[in-house]
Design a protein around this ligand. Structure first.
Ligand code: SIN
Ligand code: FE2
Length: 226
């Protein structure tokens, strides 16, 4: 049995999933990498913590400044939450739906995000916000840059859970045609440095069933906001 298969078997055994693979890294652009299956071992803990956040700050469909309702449902945890309404995009310490601070970032979120950032070459990542994106079939995110953060030296760390999706990752200009990368349960995308302002998005989610999440995809996006 090749070494990689052996390691995959071992991690699968440890975490109760005989199908689990050992993680591997795939560089996609300068400063950008897909850490394949990196979060699989802690997926159940991430999902349990996510359920608690959602109980305190429910998923909702935000409206863009242009008046469109987003197809992806969102909530946040951490010091700051990303919100959008007719007034614009911003980070807010308070959930506008409840008037209360966002739920604190669960310890397992922070651990996975920090570890992924370090593995991707960004040590000491200290995220202040976790935007949680819930995709149902058909939901998509059009090409955009993450540029509402004041500190562009810190990377973006993005954890995929549940149903697979196609991640669109382009260049620094909107006109550049994005490449398409399938993202699966447990994959972590990290982009920073020369790719920090790369245009990216998610193609419309296909129908499906995932043992961990059922008919949805959950994405956790970690940012240092200031
Ligand atoms: C995002 O661009 O904030 C989310 C990307 C994803 O859902 O994978
Ligand atoms: Fe984004």
């Amino acid at each position: 049995m090749p070494e990689a298969a052996g390691a995959g078997h071992l991690s699968g055994h440890l975490f109760g999933d005989p199908e689990a693979e050992a993680p591997w890294d795939e560089a996609i652009a300068p400063g950008a990498v897909l850490l394949r299956r990196h979060a699989c071992a802690r997926a159940e803990a991430l999902l349990a913590a996510a359920r608690e956040v959602v109980a305190a700050a429910p998923m909702r469909h935000l409206v863009t400044p242009g008046g469109q309702t987003m197809s992806v449902a969102m909530t946040n945890c951490g010091e700051w939450g990303w919100v959008s309404d007719r007034r614009g995009y911003r980070y807010d310490p308070v959930d506008p739906a409840s008037g209360r601070p966002w739920p604190p970032m669960p310890a397992v979120f922070l651990e996975v995000a920090r570890e992924a950032a370090a593995r991707a070459g960004y040590p000491d990542f200290a995220p202040q916000a976790c935007l949680m994106n819930l995709y149902r079939p058909g939901a998509r995110l059009t090409l955009h840059q993450d540029r509402d953060e004041l500190d562009l030296a810190a990377p973006i760390v993005s954890v995929s859970l549940g149903l697979p999706a196609i991640f669109l990752f382009g260049g620094l200009l909107r006109s550049e045609r994005p490449r398409r990368y399938p993202l699966q349960h447990g994959d972590v995308a990290v982009w920073g440095g020369p790719s920090r302002l790369a245009f990216h998005g998610v193609a419309p989610l296909a129908e499906g069933h995932h043992p961990a999440t059922g008919a949805v995809r959950l994405n956790l996006t970690f940012r240092k906001t200031r």
